[in-house]
Design a binder for this molecule. Structure first.
Ligand SMILES: Nc1nc2c(ncn2[C@@H]2O[C@H](COP(=O)(O)OP(=O)(O)OP(=O)(O)O)[C@@H](O)[C@H]2O)c(=O)[nH]1
Ligand SMILES: [Mg+2]
Length: 386
């Protein structure tokens, strides 16, 4: 399956139908009076968050979504029918951002959550509406109100409890495969992982979700390697597991590089609880392990440091229990559900849905002709053959 976490789409709610201008004409009935019905309402654009999706790939193939127009009113006081709504299904953790990506319009974090994203325009009044005692034959009938239209970005921020960070080849995917049923691709070259993978770890009677993201290298915040765009997927995590490759000569430096990138990224990542693990301990002699653990403890202010080997299965339980403490603490503070944008301190300014004011379509057309090219942001996942 392909993974896509950012996509630009165009949405438009239906215009309202026009009201009718009509007069009753029947044999033997004089002055039948106005009987033009009102137009119907246009359809809404509704966005629903569903549990069984974990990519925005469907939006790669269709980027324009328009709800149906309301139908016109007709004579004999017939009101026009309402236009059909259009329903967009997005995965849990999807944020809707303005076209310039500076403001979060909505943050969908729970399956089943539905928002009326754009409201359909109201129908216009037919001339029967304007009948008064002094104007018994009005010819005024209104056109329908236009629907709202907007280019927006959908951005998926996966929902996980623990984010795995580290340099490429630190053994993140190996660890994920060791503690969960996920089967990410593992190989001895950097950037094996090209998009995030999720897995569910079970420890005692509890479970939590782990997210393995592509490795970070020095300068990732400036675009080096795969850049830091995947860090968005761990913004909602409750704790970070920082894996250090123990076979590297300078483990303290490895730690500093990744911390530096987390700090540069912002989004509340720097302040998250962190567990540090010296990975690949199976390939080290005991003295080396002691020495490297001491070096890491000195540099990782306050974070707990554990010896680990994802490949040989050493120290897995200790690390999982160490992760569970902050996860439990965060669940009791923020609830068991996913962290909303505010709680994560992430880029989201507003976590909840704020509808557009009616009739606000001044800058809406600016989006046309913009690059909207979906190829920019997708990552084809041929590599693991799914
Ligand atoms: N000896 C030893 N080798 C390991 C261990 N964990 C991973 N490796 C090896 O390290 C290499 C990289 O492992 P990955 O799990 O792909 O590393 P990663 O951090 O996911 O790397 P990227 O996805 O490229 O960022 C592979 O060759 C693994 O076999 C370990 O605990 N001990
Ligand atoms: Mg990997």
């Amino acid at each position: 399956m392909k993974f896509l976490d950012q996509v630009k789409i165009f949405a438009k709610s239906g215009d309202g139908g026009a009201g009718a201008c009509s007069f009753r004409r029947e044999k033997y009935i004089e002055f039948g009076g106005p009987d033009g019905g009102d137009g119907g309402r246009g359809g809404d654009v509704i966005i629903e968050c569903v549990a069984n999706l974990n990519t925005l790939i469907d939006f790669r193939y269709q980027q324009h979504f328009k709800a149906e127009k309301g139908r016109h009113g007709q004579g004999r006081n017939k009101t026009g029918g309402k236009g059909d709504d259009i329903l967009l299904k997005v995965p849990v953790g999807t944020q809707i951002l303005t076209e310039d990506r500076t403001e979060v319009l909505a943050d969908l974090t729970e399956a089943g959550q539905q928002i009326v994203f754009l409201k359909g325009g109201d129908g216009g009044f037919g001339n029967a509406h304007y009948k008064t005692s002094t104007n018994q034959a009005p010819r005024r009938a209104d056109p329908g109100w236009p629907g709202q239209e907007l280019w927006v970005w959908l951005r998926l921020k996966l929902i996980a409890d623990c984010g795995l960070v580290g340099l490429p080849n630190a053994g993140k995917s190996t660890f994920l495969a060791a503690v969960t049923k996920a089967r990410p691709k593992i190989a001895d070259y950097p950037f094996t992982t090209l998009h995030p993978n999720l897995g569910v770890a079970q420890i005692g009677a509890e479970e939590f979700i782990l997210a393995d993201i592509p490795g970070l290298i020095e300068g990732a915040h400036e675009g080096a390697g795969l850049g830091d765009r995947f860090l968005g997927h761990i913004e909602r995590c409750r704790v970070l597991l920082h894996l250090i490759d123990g076979t590297e000569p300078d483990v303290a430096e490895s730690y500093r590089v990744v911390r530096g990138e987390l700090d540069q990224y912002g989004g509340g990542l720097a302040g998250k609880p962190e567990v540090v693990a010296l990975n690949k301990c199976d390939a080290l002699v005991p003295e080396e392990i002691e020495e490297k653990l001491a070096a890491l403890t000195a540099v990782a202010k306050g974070a707990r440091v554990f010896p680990l080997s994802g490949a040989a299965g050493i120290g897995l339980k200790d690390v999982l229990y160490a992760l569970l403490d902050p996860i439990r603490a965060s669940r009791s503070e923020h609830g068991a559900g996913p962290l909303a944008a505010e709680a994560t301190g992430g880029a989201g300014k507003s976590g909840s849905w704020r509808p557009l004011p009616d009739g606000d379509d001044d800058d809406v057309m600016d989006g046309f002709g913009d690059d909207g090219d979906p190829d920019d942001d997708d990552f084809d996942d041929e590599e693991d053959g799914k």
